[in-house]
Design a protein around this ligand. Structure first.
Ligand code: NAP
Ligand code: GDD
Length: 328
């Protein structure tokens, strides 16, 4: 029997990869679409993966509970993936209340809508390694205490605990995936990896002279979004809902990510990267390194894409995109 999934954040990086993954599995895929004046570009990621015509869109916004209830009543999903968020950490200091409203309360709205209109549906919440913040253990697992360092992380922590709470209070099949950073050619241009690969491609093609970055010493556990959406799905196929860390188990500095990206096109990063205070944050998350052994044991999930594969795929995609004057 065909399963039906509803994805919030369907126009984002993960929403696009998850749509493709679920469509390939034979799902009927519905996506929540917030109204935008830029309607012509909003499905560009889905287009890039060739699935924009296969997703059924529904107008809605995470901040509008009654609209969410109506969408759930219409779609009657078997699975709900709550991926929508104000997801850029740096912006969360400039827009703390909006971030709290969308990333925190928005998730509570989705849980509440599910409880009211689709209590039998399985629910996935996009939690984040950013919740570990000022890390309390050198390697972070499901049992590591959280210490959020940004309004974004505080909002995600609220959403995470609301997910646990709705599971324990109302018996919702609600799982929370604590995903470490994951990237791809569809990553937003404001995030550091894509900013670097786009910048490297521009420099290589003679379209730019340098890249201006912030803290080069921060390290992240970077994986590929394509691998990570599989873990989301696996969580919802389990009999019992639970929380899982999803990570590669390898951490790399921004500086070393840069070196790899420049080396891919035969250049040295030292010749092109400058540091600009503008890109520093009021409070930094210095190191993230995840232990995904629970996911490996219970879901049979492990990251497949190495950092080197990820960097080369991203640089190649940006070279191609810029050569063809395409934008994303
Ligand atoms: P993304 O590319 O920034 O996508 C965010 C999505 O949320 C977009 O579709 C956006 O719509 C939508 N959205 C924003 N505000 C909304 C609102 N008020 N109502 C409805 N939709 C709204 O994020 P991503 O990288 O795919 O990440 C997906 C989720 O995982 C996010 O919740 C993020 O915080 C979380 N996460 C990401 C990572 C990572 O490394 N990528 C790691 C851990 C957790 P528009 O297209 O209209 O802007
Ligand atoms: N964006 C950005 N731009 N980051 C920079 C820059 C720059 O010019 N220079 C250095 N960095 C550093 C940041 O200070 C941070 O330590 C690191 O690069 C990664 O920044 P982002 O790529 O913006 O990602 P993030 O780790 O803050 O957040 C992402 O991952 C989280 C999971 O840990 C987002 O996808 C979040 O939504 C997600 O929850």
């Amino acid at each position: 029997m065909t399963k039906t999934a509803l994805i919030t954040g369907v126009t984002g990086q993960d929403g696009a990869y998850l749509s493709k993954f679920l469509l390939d599995k034979g799902y009927e895929v519905h996506g929540l679409l917030r109204r935008s004046a830029s309607a012509d570009v909003i499905d560009s990621r889905l287009k890039w993966l060739g699935v924009n015509d296969k997703v059924q869109f529904h107008d809605g916004n995470l901040t509008d509970l009654s609209g969410l209830i109506r969408v759930l009543q219409d779609v009657k999903p078997d699975e709900i993936y709550n991926l929508a968020a104000q997801s850029f950490v740096k912006s969360s200091w400039q827009q703390p209340l909006l971030t709290g409203g969308v990333t925190g309360m928005g998730a509570a709205n989705m849980l509440e809508a599910t409880r009211i209109a689709a209590p039998e549906a399985r629910f996935y919440q996009a939690s984040s390694s950013e919740m570990y913040g000022l890390i309390q253990e050198p390697v972070q697992s499901e049992t590591t205490p959280f210490y959020p360092r940004s309004p974004y992380a505080a909002a995600k922590l609220y959403a995470h605990w609301m997910t646990v709470n709705y599971r324990e209070s109302f018996g919702l099949h609600a799982s929370s995936g604590i995903l470490f950073n994951h990237e791809s050619p569809l990553r937003g241009i404001e995030f550091v990896t894509r900013k670097i690969t786009d910048g490297v491609a521009r420099i290589k093609l003679g379209l730019a002279e340098d890249i201006s970055l912030g803290n080069l010493d921060a390290t992240r556990d970077w994986g590929h979004a394509r691998d990570y959406v599989q873990a989301m799905w696996l969580m919802l196929q389990q009999d019992i809902a639970d929380d899982y860390v999803i990570a590669t188990g390898r951490t790399t500095s921004v500086r070393d990510f840069c070196k790899l990206a420049f080396a891919h096109v035969g250049l040295n990063m030292e010749d092109y990267v400058t540091v600009n205070e503008r890109f520093l944050r009021p409070a930094e998350v210095d190191v993230l390194l995840g232990d995904a052994s629970k996911a490996k044991q219970k879901l049979g999930w492990a990251a497949e894409t190495t950092l080197e594969m990820l960097v080369s795929e991203m640089v190649e995609a940006d070279l191609k995109r810029l050569s063809r004057h395409e934008h994303l």
